[in-house]
Design a protein around this ligand. Structure first.
Ligand SMILES: NC(=O)c1ccc[n+]([C@@H]2O[C@H](COP(=O)([O-])OP(=O)(O)OC[C@H]3O[C@@H](n4cnc5c(N)ncnc54)[C@H](OP(=O)(O)O)[C@@H]3O)[C@@H](O)[C@H]2O)c1
Length: 329
């Protein structure tokens, strides 16, 4: 089968398409013929060689897929060969066949296209969990989202109203020219991350500040987050896009003084330690897609050959929205 293989830390020069043997499922696993796969920043971080993402080369990227069940491993029940499914595999999803744990392989509702469902297991489910479990969104919350124009950011813009938000929704972007796209995605305001940002956020919220911050920028924007946090705000840290050193968390007095909480979130840790909870979020996501109009704009890549350049665009902050690649459909 054809698979994207990252051969060494670096960039697109170390990504190549290889013929490798199709995997077979072990006990409790499912092999899937991949129809569409989602692209995610985590593979850019692994490709870059960020600490903690992969120690093993070659690395097989791809952590969210949609397709059909090809083979069931021992002990798997509730799924059958040919079923339309999505899955969150540990890796190897940017390939014609992937193996995933059955617990993280969910049926796709009738009427939902596999192309659309491919964004559910990682990108969209992360956005759901950020707003619900980690962020505890409540009606009227003002929400601030960094990297608003990307895959997770575009999902958050759609989900806030669907999940009963309704306060002011503010996005930040790395380049001013990306702000208009973020507004098109549903943000009430989108600002470049520059020295005027704190004032812009305060003005946009009528001086009140924000109740929830979703921040994938390591600790680079944490001081800003604390500055614009309303009393009782939740700050969810869920990435380190720049890949640099991570700084200290806020001192206790500052958290107590503002009744603030700082929370970490990791999809990968959920998959490893609480897969049923992640599976529930993926099911919720599929249901929102099938029945409540959740539908982020998708950029379709025609095949694996186009993936390294798309990873470049994500890494360099040139990408907007969510990318999915056609594999076998
Ligand atoms: N914790 C989790 O489980 C989890 C799950 C999914 C995603 N995430 C994180 O959420 C973010 C969005 O993920 P995605 O897959 O939807 O990707 P994405 O938003 O489509 O692309 C990543 C974005 O990160 C920003 N970026 C790239 N390089 C950067 C750098 N060196 N310094 C600062 N910002 C940089 C860019 O946007 P701007 O420059 O406009 O900000 C870029 O467009 C990523 O940081 C990812 O790691 C975390």
């Amino acid at each position: 089968m054809r698979a994207l293989v990252m051969t060494a830390p670096g960039g697109a020069e170390n990504s190549e398409i290889r013929q490798i043997e199709a995997p077979h499922p072990g006990p409790g696993q499912v092999a899937i013929d991949v129809a569409w796969a989602g692209l995610n920043f985590v593979d850019v971080m692994a490709r870059r060689g960020d600490a903690g993402y992969t120690a093993e080369w070659p690395y097989l990227p791809g952590k969210e897929v949609a397709g059909t069940v090809r083979e069931l491993g021992e002990g798997v029940t509730g799924l059958a060969v040919g079923d339309r499914v999505v899955a969150a595999p540990v890796g190897g999803g940017l390939a014609e066949v992937v193996v995933a744990d059955a617990v993280l392989t969910l049926p796709v509702p009738d009427g939902l296209e596999l192309r659309t469902a491919a964004a559910a297991p990682l990108g969209l489910a992360t956005a759901v969990l950020l707003l619900t479990d980690a962020g505890r969104l409540t009606a009227g919350d003002n929400v601030l989202v960094h990297s608003a124009g990307g895959g997770v950011g575009s999902a958050v813009a759609q989900l806030v109203p669907l999940l009963g938000g309704g306060g002011t929704l503010i996005g930040t972007v790395g380049r001013p020219e990306k702000a208009a796209a973020a507004v098109d995605l549903g943000y009430h305001h989108a600002f470049a991350r520059d020295e005027k940002l704190a004032d812009a956020v305060r003005t946009a919220t009528g001086g009140r500040g924000v109740d929830l911050v979703l921040d994938p920028l390591g600790t680079a924007a944490l001081e800003l987050d604390l500055t614009v946090a309303a009393p009782g705000a939740r700050i969810v840290l869920f990435g380190n896009a720049g890949g640099g050193e991570v700084g200290a968390l806020p001192p206790l007095g500052r958290l107590m003084g503002g009744n603030l909480s700082v929370t970490g979130f990791s999809h990968r840790a959920f998959a490893a330690t609480a897969p049923e909870r992640l599976a529930r979020a993926i099911r919720t996501t599929l249901d929102l897609q099938a029945n409540s109009g959740l539908g982020i704009p998708l950029t379709e890549l025609p095949g694996l050959e186009a993936v390294p350049a798309a990873h470049d665009a994500m890494q360099e902050g040139r990408a907007t929205g969510k990318y999915v690649v056609r594999m076998g459909e």
